[in-house]
Design a protein around this ligand. Structure first.
Ligand code: AHM
Ligand code: MG
Length: 333
């Protein structure tokens, strides 16, 4: 039988002399949260969790019942054990400090409890995304400013994909590994060791309905893909759009591809749709660790100095040679 996720992490941590077991404990709590969320998502209408919650999050998006439920599940699984100092989520206006009745730990976590939740009611894959940062030393009561660390500072990033199978894919900066939930045993097992993204691809993912709002470099790239062999690219391209970033990134980790949610002019107050702290940074860490590339088109996402918890950024990630091409178009090359 293959290794459980916990065994994998404990063995990985053994090679780090200063590791205290805190990180392993934290990851174990996150895994528990994902198991519970997998259960809730899987039961769906049977337990009455589908549909709208009738509320809006801080970004003005209508919340699904499951957005609210899964946010609560993630908090409850992670607040008690003493590994975290605070959490921040796409679904909460402000950071969530660990309540005083619990011990505080040395890590911070940011998460999107249910990414792609517009897909929930139609029974299409959704996921949970998380990113672990260190709480700055000597900070015992972290504020939002303590989360403002560039993606290069992430200790770990991962996602759970609730698809035909439930999987967790994660990196601690030492490659990317994928684990599949065996529901009978109740544990995740290593099924996808050392996941890598091929440098070349002929598959792109973008929401074409936004085409008229894109900037010229993205217009140019997508037009070339669509023209295929009849254009300058000398090969035909395939297109996919799941509208669940987790499913999209997972496909790219499995067979390559490029994913774009670029800058557009739809709402000039927003630099993009996806959020730096909950979506773009963790996915960029995973993609880079798998040999891919991740950029806004103008800069490496992981080097952006965050300025706000809910900040949005353009995202172009996946197979290296294609992302490089889009970046070169942004440079006017
Ligand atoms: P969410 O966190 O509110 O679910 O939004 C993020 C999702 C991504 O998973 C996905 O890539 C994108 O939104 C899809 O957006 P659109 O519906 O504009 O195609
Ligand atoms: Mg999201």
């Amino acid at each position: 039988m293959s290794k459980s996720l916990l065994q994998f992490i404990i063995e990985e941590q053994r090679s780090i002399p200063e590791a205290t077991g805190d990180f392993t404990g934290l990851l174990n709590d996150i895994v528990s949260a994902c198991k519970q969320i997998a259960h809730d998502v899987n039961k769906g209408a049977l337990i009455g969790v589908l549909g709208s919650a009738g509320s809006e999050n801080v970004q003005g998006e209508t919340q699904k019942k499951l957005d609210v439920i899964t946010n609560e599940v993630f908090i409850k699984a992670n607040e008690w054990s003493g590994h975290l100092a605070a959490m921040a989520s796409e679904e909460m206006d402000d950071i969530y400090p660990i309540p005083s009745r619990y011990p505080k730990g040395k890590y911070l976590v940011t998460f999107d409890p249910l990414d792609g939740s517009s897909n929930i009611d139609v029974n299409i894959s959704v996921g949970t995304i998380f990113s672990i940062l260190r709480c700055p030393e000597e900070v015992t009561d972290p504020a939002a400013a303590d989360f403002m660390q560039p993606g290069t500072k992430q200790v770990c990033a991962g996602y759970a994909l609730y698809g035909p199978a439930t999987m967790i894919v994660l990196t601690t900066g030492n490659g990317v590994n994928g684990f599949t939930l065996d529901r009978d045993v109740g544990d995740f097992f290593l099924t996808h060791p050392n996941m890598t993204i091929p440098a070349d691809t002929s598959e792109f993912a973008i929401n074409m309905s936004n085409q008229r709002f894109w900037e010229e470099p993205v217009q140019r790239y997508v037009e070339e893909c669509i023209k295929g062999k009849d254009g300058g690219r000398e090969k035909n391209f395939n297109m996919r759009w799941v509208a669940s970033m987790v499913a999209e990134v997972h496909r790219i980790l499995t067979r390559g591809g490029i994913f774009m949610y670029p800058k557009d002019t739809k709402d000039p107050s927003k630099a993009g749709k996806l959020r730096l702290m909950y979506e773009a940074n963790p996915m960029s860490f995973i993609v880079e660790q798998a040999g891919g590339m991740s950029s806004t088109g103008r800069e490496r996402i992981m080097e952006i100095q965050p300025s706000g918890l809910h900040q949005r950024v353009p995202v172009i990630l996946g197979s290296k040679n294609e992302v490089e091409r889009v970046v070169s178009y942004h440079k006017g090359l």
